[in-house]
Write a new protein. Sequence first.
Length: 453
Amino acid sequence: MVDSSEDALIMEEREELMVSLVDYEQVIPIIRVAHFLKPTLPSAEKFPFSPSRPNIQELRRSTSLKVQFRCGVSVSHLMKWAIWVNKLKPLYQEIWKKAGIFEAITASTFKIYLHNDLIIALAERWSAETNTFILPWGEATVTLEDMAVLGGYSVLGHCVLNPIKTKESVEMEKTIREAYKVIRARKKNVTQPVWMEHFTGKGDHLEHVAFLTLWLSRYVLPSRSYFKVHGALFPVAIHLSQGIPVALAPAVLASIYRDLRLLKQFIISSASSRCNQDKSDPLFRAPLQFVQLWAWERFSSLQPKPSIICSGEPRLARWHNVKKINCVDPRSAIDSATDLFLWRLYTIDTVKNWDIHKFYKEREAYVVAGPKVGREILIFARLIRASELVGMDCVEKYLPHRVSMQFGFDQDVPGCANHTSDTPKIAWSNYDRPITDDKLYIPSRLFESDVTR
């Protein structure tokens, strides 16, 4: 991304000819002051790159794809995991809250049944160039907002790749690695059940670090060796065990974007190949259940009856033990959702016992930006600003200006956001850069966005 003057701004305000997306052809446009996320296309420039629409008919063979999504968790494992969570919660919940992971850990104890056909149907419509779903009625995508609300992950904090530096942390990493070696010598493979059995009930700080390592390895940032404990996550676990916030939201979203790209590639290659795909069924390790939940939340025609959330539970709890609607074709429902898609579902006060986030205002507001901007506004800025997402083993583009209506902003023709670097350090500095806007516009949670004519 370009980080200078006008190009570094998050949003812009100007008078434009606007029209409703739902009634684009019929409604008479009106001139009003509109608010857009940057970059937008300057009027003097030629129409920019537009992601190609997928030829769904050519991809129809994907309905019979044999794909393994490793984000599913067995009931037996989940029961044992929930017991460990409930045992450590009284001891460490304040540290989890300080580190910004309390809600995410709680969310990991709920059972989400996967709807494979829905995930595949969305992947058919995925554009790797823009990291958005290209639909007949517009673009939409999973954003950092979804990671924060559905996953409970923090958009603020250290990069997941940050090394540990203090003497205490270095000693803890040495200790946990020694324990890892002992288990591997005894069991050969350090699987997650073996790891849990070894550390449960230890009652010390080492158990806490081991607990967080398992949580990260199984539920947050799984490695290629999916059922094993991922040693590269020890530094992240140590940071979190000390109450140090780590920005898990961009890391998780980066892995989801990566696997959607890989799944789309697999769908295309399977549709054009006559070879027997049983020989090379790929494994997708990112938590793609969030793609499914994103769709269940936003497409009313795909939504099964949710559970009732108990007070204090995360929003994800409404999908605990809920199963798909068998009589609905996900492809048809997605493509025909022009006026049914919920652009701003998290601002609608319809979910009992779930509190709307503080930065969703009843009335529109302007807030002064700068180095002393409040935490809530800083979070909001991260959600709506084009940047790069740094994961454990990938860097992905984040282009919220292409789906401005998901944040309550008007949609203009999106401009091209310059890709800074695939180098994690440079990409992270872009994600973590300070706000340069003098002020930020916060839309009313009830505002209905329009598009430029």
